[in-house]
Design a protein around this ligand. Structure first.
Ligand SMILES: Cc1cc2nc3c(=O)[nH]c(=O)nc-3n(C[C@H](O)[C@H](O)[C@H](O)COP(=O)(O)OP(=O)(O)OC[C@H]3O[C@@H](n4cnc5c(N)ncnc54)[C@H](O)[C@@H]3O)c2cc1C
Length: 596
């Protein structure tokens, strides 16, 4: 793992090189965008204002959809190995010792063939960032610390960024083709673009966040003492042991505690918990937190994009922040890569905002509703809103809607498996058309019909005919190409024109890069001796769906003849469900430049 003191080792020459994409901010958004771009062969530089890496744990809960994203980017194993599964929460009586109640707080689902990462993993944000930084090193990318964006301009060809290195009063100029503002809630990129940040900064009870080590205390559950009228403490186990995270909130919480040492924190901890048997041994970080519920009016301006907290801030209830930020970065990266290479028209970039904004709007509604249920009406609703950035209307309802998930029992939809973009102008669905006036929930409803714009499910037990080895769809998808799953129902009458059509997009790819990977999903009864026509020798895979998982996940009907093609985008979203050559061409005409 990288140390918090890790520094950039770039030479001055390297530091003045012009990257294709300049990423401002080395939080999870910037790092995920950098990794996805690097996997697409795009040169990036990541600048970070802080002189050392962020030690705060903050976004610890990684939802199943984020684990899938990490699988797509090839880093999921570290999270599985080191993350914690701690699904229960226990509250204590006023004497601090007697257990009042204990319940399953995080949705706990068994893995299924289509959702292999089914559980919320606790993995502190500082360590998540370290995993991502480490992965970036294999692409020769190091975060440049002590590098603050102070000013920028853009023109038709690119972006000129003025960056102060290590507090220098003479900023250096970095010229890039594109810039991603992943610079957090107070984003100077957003402010520099003059994009309003609509919403509210409600007054709330004081909240102190800390990460600390504790002497042998129960790490099998979250623990909660006290009440918000005075002070409440929630601690959750973190990694590495014996680390815990603490959220202390309440009307009597005194923020002068910030910066005080272990003894002062221990004293307050004992007062709130009414116990003296829990020993804090070392404080990793301690900070205050204020709610800020806002969304940028636009997520892009010309060659500059906002992603993550720079585009939206919200309460931590529901743990959606880092997870939503990750999806932003993944959605944007492949589109930017294709446009930068001249393979896609610039209009593809407008779909980043079109696809993400409705999801974020719903996410803010849900997390704000939960926040209000958790912190209580009086603490935030009766208080006057203060404006940050620019005066703006407060969009939130006066009370949590009745459909708001309980903040104390996590709703399955927060796992983000259902988050979709069925309304996107670039998705094509010939199996289930959108009905005019249909209401589409951006967070989805589980168990329904699989449609274009949905997350692409996994399927295990696929036998690769070329190697004989068992594989999964998630291992077949990749962040730098589309995967076209060709489902042929019964007679194996594969039309070679489909393969040729899919492969034609690869002929424009630079070098031997693959833009579209055709993958035949062969029925469970397929025997390797059978012959079949598969087109003019184009590179493709043939996977036997030995247990029928792929057919079931993608809702293929066995009684139906012919072919369905499901096109999975580099970000793991179903771009198209189509019947044949015309459908394929219709989908890719929205992705690639016309002159293929
Ligand atoms: C208490 C708490 C608990 C949370 N729990 C969860 C959770 O369980 N799950 C979850 O999904 N989310 C959670 N979140 C939210 C999560 O932490 C954020 O959504 C996430 O950090 C956003 O990542 P980011 O990269 O967009 O921004 P940040 O992490 O804020 O990173 C932005 C970076 O940009 C840098 N920067 C800023 N300006 C400049 C500049 N001008 N030049 C160069 N660099 C600059 C900053 O120094 C910073 O390092 C929680 C947040 C809090 C406060």
């Amino acid at each position: 793992m990288s140390s918090a003191k890790e520094r950039s080792h770039m030479s001055p020459t390297e530091a003045t090189q012009s990257p294709a994409v300049l990423i401002v901010g080395a939080g999870p958004t910037g790092l995920i965008a950098a990794l996805a771009l690097a996997k697409n062969g795009i040169s990036v530089r990541v600048i970070e204002r802080n002189k050392t890496f962020e030690p705060r744990t903050r976004g610890a809960a990684l939802v199943p959809r984020t684990m899938e994203l990490f699988a797509n980017l090839g880093v999921v194993e570290e999270f599985i190995e080191n993350g914690l599964l701690v699904p229960t929460l226990r509250t204590y009586a006023p004497n601090g010792y007697d257990v009042l109640s204990s319940w399953t707080f995080l949705a706990y689902e068994e893995p299924t063939p289509d959702v292999p990462y089914s559980r919320v993993i606790l993995h502190p944000q500082d360590r998540t960032e370290a995993v991502l930084r480490n992965a970036l090193k294999s692409y020769g990318i190091q975060v440049e610390l002590g590098a603050e964006l102070v000013k920028f301009e853009q023109d038709d060809e690119g972006v000129t960024a003025h960056v102060a290195f290590h507090g220098s009063t003479t900023p250096e100029v970095i010229r890039a083709s594109w810039l991603i503002g992943a610079d957090g809630g107070r984003s100077s990129v957003r402010k520099g673009l003059g994009i309003p940040f609509h919403g509210e900064t409600p007054q709330a009870v004081s909240t102190i966040l800390a990460g600390f080590d504790m002497e042998s205390f129960d790490r099998t559950t979250w623990h909660r003492w006290g009440d918000l009228e005075t002070a409440s403490i929630v601690i959750s186990p973190s990694v590495p042991a014996p680390r815990f995270n603490m959220v202390m909130s309440g009307k009597q919480v005194d923020e002068s505690l910030l910066g005080a040492g272990v003894a002062a924190l221990q004293d307050v901890f004992n007062q709130v918990t009414k116990r003296d048997d829990i020993k804090i041994t070392k404080i990793d970080s301690m900070t205050s937190w204020k709610p800020n519920i806002r969304m940028a009016e636009r997520f892009a301006s010309g060659r500059i994009f906002l992603a993550g907290d720079a585009a939206h801030t919200h309460p931590p209830t529901g743990g959606q922040g880092l997870n939503s930020s990750a999806q932003d970065a993944h959605n944007l990266a492949w589109k930017l890569a294709l446009v930068h290479k001249g393979l896609a028209p610039p209009s593809l970039l407008s779909t980043y905002e079109a696809e993400r904004m409705p999801v974020i709007t719903e996410m803010i509604d849900v997390t704000t509703g939960m926040y209000r249920l958790m912190w209580g009406k009086n603490s935030i609703l009766s208080a006057a809103s203060q404006s940050q950035d620019q005066a703006a209307p407060a969009p939130a309802p006066a009370s949590a809607p009745s459909s708001t998930p309980s903040p104390w029992k996590r709703d399955m939809k927060l796992n983000m498996i259902g988050v979709n973009c069925r309304w996107s102008p670039i998705v094509v669905d010939e199996r289930t058309a959108i009905v005019e006036g249909e209401h589409i929930e951006a967070y989805g409803t589980p168990g329904g019909t699989l449609r274009a714009g949905d997350r692409a499910p996994d399927a295990p037990s696929l036998i690769d005919l070329s190697s004989g080895e068992s594989t999964t769809l998630f291992k077949t998808f990749g962040p730098s190409y589309h995967t076209a799953l060709i489902f042929s129902s019964r007679d194996f009458a594969i039309e070679s024109t489909i393969l040729d059509t899919l492969d034609s997009y690869n002929t424009v790819a630079p070098g031997d890069a693959c833009l579209v990977l055709p993958v035949f999903i062969l029925s469970p009864g397929f025997r390797s001796g059978e012959t079949r026509s598969t087109g003019a020798g184009a590179a493709h895979k043939k996977l036997v769906d030995s247990d029928g998982h792929a057919g079931r996940s993608y809702q293929m009907r066995e009684d139906e003849d012919g072919i369905w093609i499901v096109i999975v985008r580099p970000d793991g979203v179903i771009g198209a469900i189509v019947k044949g050559k015309e459908g394929i061409e219709k989908y890719f005409s929205g992705i690639f430049v016309a002159s293929k």
